[in-house]
Design a protein around this ligand. Structure first.
Ligand code: KIV
Length: 288
């Protein structure tokens, strides 16, 4: 069994230059594969809105959905650092709501940290959650919960003005007490600069290689999600193709009376004659 990492381990990894690899997934089954594969962290992300529930974005995801999925992930990966993703609306209304919902993740899903999107605009929420003794991962750059105001899932920080806003957000996240920063969908130069300036671990998804580690969606890296693959995602295997092929074979075997074969059947235990007697007795019943 691997030993579960702590926030101190993440800082040690940064110190010695060991990259952290984390993955986004939403259920116990895939969580167990991640633990077996030696992932440093798992994020039970609100991208479940698209991948699991078939919405266009992450906005419809609720606290109850997030908690239920996080619990499944924790059961599947009891020894892996787990991050709960505060969904849209769960931390925007007040610092009290932010703290209350972060506590739900800790109490009900046994997470090691919570993540929330935004910089200056949510600095008071990061501070409040941190002061309540929890670990906050900040998430800035392309923030899917505000995709409507960004005009879609678009890379950020490509102009000087936009890069300045991201750097200012990064400073606000750090000053509010976040222990970790995630940058999504920004040019490598912007991520590299923030990584150089901040003393906390800075990770990236679609932010280049010059940071302390990478996050990827299992759905993208394992080829599970067919609707959309971001430019920055790499497909390591094609589960969608395998699953479709497997299901086609199953349909064929059922139709052709090949499945179930003797290996997939239960045998009677006891005297066959006794069973025949039972069946003929019951025949009378069905004839009535
Ligand atoms: O929910 C999610 O998948 C995320 C990643 C994009 C980091 O927040």
């Amino acid at each position: 069994m691997p030993k579960k990492k702590s926030i101190l381990d993440l800082y040690k990894m940064k110190e010695v230059g060991e990259k952290a690899a984390w993955i986004v997934l939403y259920d116990s089954c895939y969580a167990s594969y991640a633990e077996e594969a030696g992932l440093d962290m798992i994020l039970c992300g609100d991208s479940m809105g698209m991948i699991v529930y078939g919405y266009d974005g992450t906005v419809p995801v609720t606290m109850d959905m997030s908690i239920a999925h996080c619990q499944g992930v924790r059961r599947g990966a009891p020894n892996t650092y787990l991050i709960g993703d505060l969904p849209f609306g769960s931390y925007h209304t007040s610092t009290e709501d932010a703290v209350k919902n972060a506590i739900r993740f800790y109490k009900e899903a046994d997470v090691d940290a919570v993540k929330l999107e935004g910089g200056i605009a949510v600095a008071d929420k990061i501070k409040a959650i941190t002061q309540a003794g929890m670990v906050v991962f900040g998430h800035i750059g392309l923030t899917p919960q505000s995709s409507a105001s960004m005009g879609g899932f678009k890379a950020q920080g490509r102009t000087v003005e936009s890069a300045r806003a991201i750097i200012e957000d990064a400073i606000a996240v750090y000053n509010s007490g976040a222990k970790v920063l995630l940058l999504e969908g920004v040019p490598e130069e912007v991520c590299a600069y923030i990584h150089k300036m901040l003393p906390i671990p800075v990770y990236g998804i679609g932010a280049g290689i010059q940071c302390d580690g990478q996050v990827i969606l299992a759905a993208d890296s394992l080829g599970m999600y067919k609707n959309f693959t971001p430019k920055f995602a790499k497909k390591y295997v094609d589960i969608a193709a395998l699953a479709t092929q497997g299901m086609k074979e199953y349909v064929k075997e059922v139709k052709e009376n090949v499945f179930p074969s003797p290996a997939h059947k239960y045998k009677i235990s006891g005297d066959k004659e006794e069973f025949d007697k039972l069946f003929s007795e019951m025949e009378q019943y069905f004839k009535k």
